[in-house]
Design a protein around this ligand. Sequence first.
Ligand code: BTN
Length: 267
Amino acid sequence: MAKARSLQCTFDLERIVADTDVRYIEYHDTLKSTNTTAVELLGPLLDNAPAVVLTPKQTAGRGRKGNPWWSSGGALTFSWVVDAADLPLTSERRPLISLAAGLAVRDALLDMLPNCPFVLKWPNDVLIGDRKVCGILVEQHAVAQRQAVIIGIGVNVNNSLCDAPMEIAQRATSLFDLEGHSFDLTSLLILILQRLRLRINQLTTQPRLALAETNGHNVLTGRIVTLQIGDTTITGLCVGIDDEGQLVLQTEQQVHRCASGIVVQWN
Ligand code: BTN
């Protein structure tokens, strides 16, 4: 079942439902933020979960730690909504969902562009070289005793960073800017949703492999990293990601295990 409020929807909603485990799509031509709409409609979305909130145009996208997320027409912006009780995961392993989402998007992008050097930046940014191509915002919300996991994903696909504010254009890129042609957004969305399910299942069947892969592709390992955690800033050598998915930074004084934060610099 797919629902589109649109004169002409740019996505093939029937194909998305047929080729993935998604049962319902809430589509709008424009939205402030797919994550915000997911929270607003959480009850009905959970009744039909896994569900997707999808729009080709976000006007107030949200990033991690309250930052705004810029995107223009041609970006892929959506939120995947699932009932936490339906995930094959204990609550201790739930923080790893964030890492699994990054791995899944990288997998899907590699399916489309096998020779492109996609890397991960903890916790789940996907980069090409040192430029960000995808951001992911994982949120957990409760409604009527049910706990939902919302995974919001924004990929710069057919949009150009030429249109972006300078500070974003300097550190981000898009598939269009890289390859010089457009991509089928429905196909990429299907690939991401399929890979997301596989990577989340892997957290139960082979959690160590998932962590090893995240570590292997993490661009921060071996670099001097500055992490902002609220009002605190830590600068240290990144020695990897631990079993709980925390970023491990070695300073002269001690080893810091960081569950969250924003990487503001890496050299
Ligand atoms: C980040 O890198 O800080 C996370 C960015 C997440 C952006 C996506 S776009 C779709 C979904 N809706 C939002 O408002 N945010 C996420």
